[in-house]
Unconditional design. Structure first.
Length: 143
C-alpha cells in the first residue's frame, strides 16, 4: 500500500487554485500518470472517466469518479478496475492571503505479496510525482 500526504501554501485565492484542478482535462495536465482517459459521464461536480495509469514497466486500467466541490475539495476515486483501492484527494483551505493545498494519495495494488513489493518499489517515484504535481499547479498559477 502506498499512502502519502503533502501540502503547500500558495499565495493565491482558493478560487484561483481550484480553477487548476476543477475538471479532468485540467487535472490530466498535472497528473502525468493519467494516460488515454475517456470521459464516460460529464456533469457539474461529477465526472466518470476510464483511465490507463502509466506506471514504470506496466499499465493499469481503471474507472474513476472525479467529484468536485468548488473551492473546497476534489476527489479522484476508483469505482472499479485493476487496483484494490485508489484515492487521490485535493483539499483547499483559505487562510488569509494564502491557500493551503493538501494532496492525499492512497493506492493498494492487487497481487498479494507481489503487489506489496511493487508498492515498495514505486513509493519513491510516486512521492516525487506528487511533489511535482504541487509544483506544476504553482507554476500554472504564475502564468
Amino acid at each position: 500500500m502506498i499512502e502519502f500526504q503533502f501540502s503547500r501554501s500558495l499565495f493565491y485565492t482558493s478560487a484561483e487554485v481550484f480553477e487548476q484542478i476543477d475538471n479532468v482535462r485540467r487535472l490530466s495536465r498535472i497528473k502525468k500518470e493519467i494516460r488515454n482517459y475517456r470521459i464516460a459521464r460529464d456533469e457539474a461536480g461529477l465526472q466518470i472517466i476510464d483511465v490507463i495509469f502509466g506506471f514504470p514497466y506496466f499499465n493499469m486500467m481503471s474507472r474513476l469518479r472525479y467529484v468536485t466541490h468548488p473551492e473546497k475539495f476534489c476527489e479522484l476515486k476508483q469505482i472499479k478496475g485493476s487496483f484494490k483501492e485508489y484515492l487521490c484527494l485535493y483539499t483547499l483551505k483559505q487562510s488569509g492571503l494564502y491557500t493551503e493545498l493538501m494532496v492525499y494519495l492512497k493506492i493498494k495494488f492487487p497481487y498479494g505479496p507481489l503487489g506489496f513489493l511493487i508498492s515498495k518499489m514505486l513509493m519513491p517515484i510516486i512521492s516525487l510525482q506528487l511533489k511535482r504535481e504541487l509544483g506544476a499547479i504553482e507554476k500554472q498559477l504564475k502564468q
